[in-house]
Write a protein that binds this ligand. Sequence first.
Ligand SMILES: *Cc1c(COP(=O)(O)O)cnc(C)c1O
Length: 341
Amino acid sequence: MEKKNIDWANLGFGYMPTDKRFVANYKDGKWDEGVLVSDAAVVISECAGVLQYSQSCFEGMKAYTTEDGHIVTFRPDLNGERMEDSCRRLEMPVFPKEKFVEAIAKTIEANAAWVPPYGSGATFYVRPYMFATGPVIGVKPADEYQFRVFGTPVGPYFKGGVKPLTLRVCDFDRAAPHGTGHIKAGLNYAMSLHAIVTAHAEGFDENMYLDAATRTKVEETGGANFLFVTKDNKVVTPKSSTILPSITRRSLLTVAKDYLGLEVEERTVYFDEVKDFAECGLCGTAAVISPVGKIVDHGKEICFPSGMTEMGPVITKLRDTLTGIQMGSIKAPDGWIKVIK
Ligand SMILES: *Cc1c(COP(=O)(O)O)cnc(C)c1O
């Protein structure tokens, strides 16, 4: 297969339409089989539920070319399960996780020429999503839905080397207690945009959200979970019912325990303890793990010993091991890698 003629190393993190996308429709109480189509445009009713009351959810994952030339994805069954959870909470019809994995496999295979080659640093970002297409004016769940998957090649996240991030403690809340913080709903992102735009305007890279009820506990950023490393090399991640369960974070905890022999803890993390950690990182599909150098709480700075130029030693090991597993140079736990072709 001939790869597309793209300058892989200089790709950004943006959308580029590729050859095929998967589309399935839900009508009269059931999903159709779904097909791959060439048309990137979506045509829906002006009164579609997604346009009126924001009934939509999504997933994000990557496909990679391994050293031996296969195209693989990482734990897509977990994305499928998480999307099922999102659908249930938003009163949307579940798209079964087995069908989900088939749909992403078909989409990736049909766009194999767009999956960046091994060693280029670039990857193929896959975006499954679902939205209400049926018309609604009275507030209720729509009767019709569309599930789609497209993919787009994206560049290396750390272009020109790693740069630790500076965060601010945010005065806006990301998720309400008993709300939708634990699911991947578009609405969680809509309300975070003002917070991130103002953070950037003030010179910060990301927002650290605290729990909305007490503002004493660490939650996450707009799109990534926290991992902390204690001074005695324990890996700690916040536990809360309003955090989105990151697949990267869950995988990194397994890597820490089973590959690096580190102690791991998933527990409440109070903001007051953050100053005592040795390293801090943000985890998610896009960057795997990004180091945090500094957190600013209304003028008070917390500077991690790992500093503003390099990734700390434990976070570096976690990142290298997980990317090695994803790219096929380190043996993966059973079931983590799905070979597409
Ligand atoms: C998607 C997402 C993450 C990261 O999850 P991964 O499965 O690791 O990509 C973290 N936080 C939020 C709010 C998210 O939407």
